[in-house]
Design a protein around this ligand. Structure first.
Ligand code: 5GP
Length: 189
């Protein structure tokens, strides 16, 4: 996706060797047209897998997950983040550290919206250490649903999350790979 790369170069801000601020296109402002293109791309890559639900984690994954779900003609379910877990028996919950916020949050999905009859596609904005993805995968496993794959907009190759998912045998499709942020510069993989 050349347009996405151009936009990252034009508007991404390298905060450190580890963190790329993408507020202008993923984490604060949303470009609807580009987001729809991303959704079409993920939909075309996973169309043959029989997806019944797209799943993401609030909040930055929602726009692209929505675009993907719209293209595939299936519902979107977003895991909610909560700081404390109130006893809710119908909720599947996992505790995950947040890469950018430096806190631990609980992510939750109701059993009403994911079940053993589902084939689930996980969509998200960025993968770093993979904690959010691993948490969501555990929830999907516990629901009895089948995970058909993961579509993530930006893969930071110098962190372990993406490699780990592939090692687990999960089909991972990413739209842009970043090899390094060293020297304040975005180097694509
Ligand atoms: P992980 O759980 O894979 O370590 O981190 C995933 C989440 O943290 C993403 O959904 C994203 O919102 C946030 N994140 C991780 N790395 C970055 C980054 O370099 N830039 C921004 N803007 N968000 C990031």
């Amino acid at each position: 996706m050349d347009k996405l790369k151009e936009k990252i170069l034009a508007h991404g801000v390298v905060v450190s060797d580890q963190v790329l601020k993408l507020d202008a296109l993923l984490n604060h402002q949303v470009d609807p047209q580009l987001t729809m293109e991303m959704g079409r791309e993920f939909a075309s890559r996973f169309r043959d897998t029989g997806v019944t639900r797209v799943v993401t984690v609030e909040s930055s994954g929602i726009p692209v997950a929505f675009a993907t779900a719209l293209e595939l003609g299936v519902p979107l379910v977003f895991a909610r983040r909560k700081k404390t877990l109130l006893a809710e028996s119908n909720m599947l919950c996992e505790r995950v550290p947040s890469f950018t916020k430096g806190i631990v949050t609980d992510i939750l999905i109701s059993r009403d919206y994911i079940s053993e009859d589902d084939k689930v596609l996980f969509i998200d904005d960025i993968i770093a250490n993979g904690d959010a993805a691993q948490g969501l995968i555990k929830i999907i496993e516990r629901s009895g649903a089948e995970l058909v794959g993961a579509g993530i907009v930006v893969e930071k190759q110098f962190q372990s999350g993406a490699g780990q998912l592939r090692e687990q045998g999960i089909r991972l499709e990413t739209l842009v790979a970043i090899a390094s942020l060293e020297g304040g510069k975005v180097t694509f993989g």
